[in-house]
Design a protein. Structure first.
Length: 203
């Protein structure tokens, strides 16, 4: 069945999905829109909730980045079978998205001075609040959230890379176990080759 992932030419909320698909050796059409041309009315009007990413499989469509990531992960065995372990990972990815919520406040602020204040708050407070906890979870589980590679690891790396693009920094640098995980994901078979051919992202 033909698979398509629609998103911007940006890491944002879709890079973890792309990484999972590439790691799983899944063939898919990576449809990318230029953020500067958005909203493209002819596309936006067809989206069920007016937003990207959107995943297509045959004649079925799915929105919400986490639902898509979880679904494609299940297909390539990156989701545990045990319901408790699944729930623990669900909580992890929601925690990761709570951090992303802070980045969104920064992205949406148009006033340069206020933006700078928000950026400082994120770097000095939010990063440490969330990443000290991610670091602890990873350390306690052999460097992965579930003791072995799972979709939550991909989601973290996708959000780290997106946050870094928007903030212009490397938020993971003070967290050695997170840093190692980022490197591990980037060098996975499939992901490594994808990154090597990916065109650079710019805002
Ligand atoms: N909760 C949704 C959020 C989707 C979202 O905010 N998409 C943004 C890009 S990251 C978007 O489509 N923005 C353009 C628009 O709203 O027109 C998800 O996780 O997929």
């Amino acid at each position: 069945m033909a698979k398509k992932l629609h998103y911007f030419h940006l890491n944002g909320l879709a890079e973890s999905i792309r990484y999972i698909l590439h790691y799983g050796g899944q063939k898919f059409e990576d449809v990318r829109y230029d953020l500067k041309s958005w909203p493209i009315k002819s596309v936006k009007d067809t989206l069920p909730y007016g937003q990207l990413p959107l995943y297509e499989e045959g004649n079925k469509t799915l929105n919400q980045s986490l639902a898509i990531a979880r679904y494609v992960a299940a297909q390539v065995h990156l989701l545990p079978t045990d319901p408790w372990e699944q729930a623990v990972l669900d909580a992890i990815v929601f925690n990761i998205y709570d951090f992303w919520g802070k980045i969104l406040v920064f992205i949406k602020e148009n006033d340069a001075a206020k933006k700078e204040v928000i950026k400082k708050e994120i770097i000095n407070e939010s990063v440490d609040f969330f990443f000290s906890r991610f670091e602890k979870e990873l350390k306690a589980n052999k460097g992965f959230f579930n003791g072995k590679l799972s979709w939550a690891d991909f989601v973290l790396v996708g959000i780290v890379e997106s946050a870094n693009l928007f903030l212009g920094t490397e938020i993971e640098k003070k967290y050695p176990t997170v840093l190692v995980l980022v490197q591990k994901i980037r060098t996975l078979p499939g992901v490594k080759e994808y990154i090597a051919t990916r065109k650079p992202y710019a805002l």
